[in-house]
Design a binder for this molecule. Structure first.
Ligand code: KIV
Length: 265
């Protein structure tokens, strides 16, 4: 299977072929994504929530992103490997943004980075692109801005907010990002943005008209104990299965049924 690149994704949009993306945080899952032919593996800063037990993505650092990206890289051969730039690693100083993006590429093995925001962060995006790092955008519900947005709410519901999002999407495309994640916006707005742009859109909670879809892998596998957002389709209930297995193991050890002769030397 050929390696997926940003150019591949643009070709897929032109051909009308849906892009399949998932988040990924470790080596075995990376191998699984490759085997399944997933197009984009995103080392999302959602790892703060789903792997590190933080309340949100704000505490995640560049070093944590580098660490998890390295793990994913070790077993990645096909999917485009995108790493999230965490909160405060790019917004305030474009040079620092480029340096941090460079760390994720050079030391982490990322093939592209993702940043949250529109016109507000164009100087950072320009500088990252100057350092030859491909950039994916992220608009709509941007979890690094939850304090300003007032929580995890659907965005783009008002005419004015929708207009701003369309302007942001056009500005990101003009600046040179190769794709944009659209999170939690009404499906008709996502359709409008998707039809306006020549670069692909990848939706999460943004309906079926996007050029591709992404989900947090822990959500779609049912690994979390918290109820997932409305847009998540659960394709498995791994937490329930894992809990059953751990309880059976506990019982076996308590009753000395494990390890029996067949598991002994
Ligand atoms: O951090 C993440 O997992 C993301 C996806 C939800 C797109 O940004």
């Amino acid at each position: 299977m050929d390696k997926v690149t940003p150019v591949t994704l643009e070709e897929m949009k032109r051909k009308g072929e849906p892009i399949v993306a998932l988040t990924c945080y470790d080596a075995p899952t990376s191998a699984l994504l490759d085997e399944a032919g997933i197009d984009v593996a995103l080392v999302g800063d959602s790892l703060g929530n789903v792997k590190l037990g933080y309340e949100n993505t704000l505490p995640v650092t560049v070093w944590e992103m580098r660490h998890y990206t390295q793990a994913v890289k070790r077993r990645n051969s096909r999917a485009l490997l995108v790493s999230d730039m965490p909160y405060l690693s790019y917004e305030t100083d474009p040079r620092e943004a480029a340096r941090n993006a460079g760390i994720l590429m050079k030391e982490g093995g990322a093939e592209a980075v993702k940043v949250e925001g529109g016109r507000r962060i164009l100087p950072a995006i320009q500088m990252i692109l100057k350092a030859n790092v491909p950039v994916m955008g992220h608009l709509g519900l941007t979890p690094q801005s939850i304090r300003r947005l007032g929580g995890y709410r659907v965005q783009g519901r008002t005419k004015e907010n929708a207009r701003e999002l369309i302007k942001d999407a056009k500005a990101l495309e003009q600046t040179g990002v190769f794709a944009i994640v659209l999170e939690c916006i009404p499906k008709d707005l996502a359709k409008r943005i998707t039809n306006t742009l020549s670069i692909p859109t990848i939706g999460i909670g943004a309906g079926r008209f996007c050029d591709g879809q992404i989900l947090v892998i822990d959500d779609m596998l049912g690994l979390s104990d918290a109820p997932p957002p409305k847009f998540v389709k659960k394709y498995a209930s791994l937490r329930t299965q894992a809990l059953k297995a751990v309880l059976r193991y506990r019982k076996d050890v308590k009753t000395r049924r494990y390890p029996s002769v067949e598991y002994s030397y």
